[in-house]
Design a protein around this ligand. Sequence first.
Ligand code: NAP
Length: 249
Amino acid sequence: MRIGILGGTGPAGSALAARLASVGFDVVIGSRSKYRAMEAVDHILERWPDRRLPVEAADNGGAADADLIVIATPWDGATQTAVSVEGHLRGKVVISMANALTRIGKEFQPLVPPRGSVAASVQAAVPRCMVAAALHHVPAKELGDLDHTIDTDVLICSDHRAATDATAELVAKMPNMRPLDAGGLSQATPIESFTAVLLELNFRYKTRVAVRFTGIGDDPAIPAASASAAAKELVDGGAGAPAADPPAG
Ligand SMILES: NC(=O)c1ccc[n+]([C@@H]2O[C@H](COP(=O)([O-])OP(=O)(O)OC[C@H]3O[C@@H](n4cnc5c(N)ncnc54)[C@H](OP(=O)(O)O)[C@@H]3O)[C@@H](O)[C@H]2O)c1
């Protein structure tokens, strides 16, 4: 399965590209400039020369040709970027990991984008794709360090069952990362804005935190309700989106 990352030249997108490639996905790093994408690919391959990571470079349009798309741009470029490749996104799962934040002095503050979240803005602007909000709280530096795993939960929300399921399958392939189905896309508002809290913790405790929830069970399995055959096919090698697309619930 090919995963395209729009804005994949930044710390978050490059780290995700390396991590996904390390667990067997073919990854296309996208950029507004293919040259910058090639530099990002070179950087990954030079850092991990012995791993033969399947990562390639493209402009954002080329990356959007992949089977599943991740938006890893700053929040205020996410919707415009999705719209710019709209024709490639139809019927596909699109993961939005962008957080709408600003820094005022030393304080991180959440912003409220149109529709309440970046993910909902993207979904409204490109209604024929299936947006899942996920990966907002995974620190890029640790994600990109392939010598170590990250112990973390990944909250996923979407109005499309197939998008939640495909995202959960993808997250579960990364060691020690547990996907959690957090409900419909309206939950993207608190999920995105909670990132400001994590950044405050990082600042105050001079660290980089990750999120783990207790009370759900120790076995880091995908929730049974989320393990649809359609999502498995999408992640394990099928192309295109499942035909059935009931809302998640
Ligand atoms: N950094 C983290 O630890 C982390 C963790 C989880 C989630 N996130 C979220 O992931 C997203 C990316 O984070 P990042 O730190 O990698 O961000 P970044 O470095 O600021 O941006 C990523 C890439 O987006 C492209 N870009 C910049 N401005 C753009 C615009 N106006 N329109 C379209 N593309 C634009 C650039 O690529 P080109 O110039 O090559 O096109 C840039 O390299 C953010 O929304 C962030 O909140 C970050």
